[in-house]
Design a protein around this ligand. Sequence first.
Ligand code: NAX
Ligand code: K
Length: 480
Amino acid sequence: MKAIVSASEMAAADRYTIERLGVPGIELMERAARACVGELMEELRPDSLVTVLAGPGNNGGDGLAIARLLHGEGVTVRVFLLQDGETYRGDAALNHQRLRDLAVDISVIEDPATFGLPLGCDWVVDALFGTGLSRPITGGLANLIERLNVSGLRVLAVDIPSGLSGDHGRVDGPAVRARLTVTFQCLKFAHVVTPACLSCGDVRVHDIGISFSDEARTGSWLVEGRDFQRPTRDVEGHKGRYGYLGVVGGFAGMAGAASLAARAALRFGAGKVRVLTDQPAYFGQPGSVMVDHVDRWKQVGDFDALVIGPGLSRAEAAWSHLRQWDLRDRSIVWDADGLHLLAAERLFPGKDWVMTPHPGEAAVLLGTTAGEVQRDRLAAIRALAKAFPGGWLLLKGFRTLVLSPGGELFVCGTGNVALATAGSGDVLSGMIGAMLAQGCAMEEAVLSACLRHGLAADRWVRHHPDYSMIAEDIIEDLKY
Ligand SMILES: NC(=O)C1=CN([C@@H]2O[C@H](COP(=O)(O)OP(=O)(O)OC[C@H]3O[C@@H](n4cnc5c(N)ncnc54)[C@H](O)[C@@H]3O)[C@@H](O)[C@H]2O)[C@@H](O)CC1
Ligand SMILES: [K+]
């Protein structure tokens, strides 16, 4: 897991490292610049030309140090400042001074709107703004950024593409589109949350020796494929040891949704899976998934965990059973139509529960639009937590977000657009249910299912077109 911090948490760690641990700020800036130059040198040819665009703060200061170090490597560099060099303060001023003493071409951008982009250069270093951006970029500078984004020039963003905020995944104004972003010590939210992360290109995190005080422990994490773990089975295991999952759904001709959830659950290790539906005949010949008419279940039965929702429908007949069941001691995955039921009737959601909406379902739960949810996914998942306190939330979509009842946030680093296919959500709910049925804690259940679901798609696109994956392919991949 990699920590994700906000701009203010990062600034507090900077201050702690400088003031309490005695590491000079100028040394941190030098290490930041070295990290960027190290990455850039991998990309350059001997005769490469690099342009550095330097803004008014410490991000600009990083840019000035980068220009000096590149010059030291024999690279031809041109530097364009947003303002007169005399206006720099602190460490940035010192780096301006150091650069001026060298034979590096430094100019001031008089009018960003008419500034001629150096189209012949190989890389542009975006050191305009970092985590200190306090409002969206407007005016001539906005125009410069828009032209840079369509110029085809390759951009390395220092710390964060200029125009983004470290604190969230929104894009509130014009923002540089980088090919590569080099950031320091920790990821910021914009690096991993959509839509902002789509402007970051490849993100590389470099340790430059910034420490966090003990009180300032972060509660947000990027989880990646390498974090995926599953408990191994005991040699004497039997199916009774791996739990009994109930899938409530597959009503009114929507057998497919419940069937996908149930088969995914078996593939992901559930010992036994039973679907409760009003149309058992739709499930065809008896197979590894058990199927029953829901009318036979006056009480919820001896399931270790439940998935409620895939193909449940919104019909009264489907919901009436759930109202009678005592869900107080159950682990439950609420998905699809189950979410509509929760929203409409505020049923008790269980002892331990997770809701797994896609943006459209989240919009219904929040009384807004899917577009608004996607514009600020962090705000949306936090609003869901307020509206439905006490459980886990999982907001699907590229870089799925997971929020614990205690407010810890996880961003899932696996998965891609291949998952945009009918039934992939049903598969995910079945996988989470399988882990819960096997006795895993909710955190492990949700994160391992989410990571593994995404890994199936990441493996798929290595050898197939992204549009060609179907939900059954995810289940197939779970064999490996
Ligand atoms: N010790 C440290 O604090 C370190 C900081 N580092 C760098 O410092 C950066 C943060 O530096 P700063 O806090 O100085 O902030 P920035 O350099 O990101 O920007 C702050 C400046 O931009 C101006 N500004 C903000 N929003 C604007 C807008 N919309 N339009 C026009 N001007 C705007 C502010 O008035 C201020 O002059 C990091 O992103 C990182 O690159 C690194 O050098 C590592 C060490
Ligand atoms: K930047």
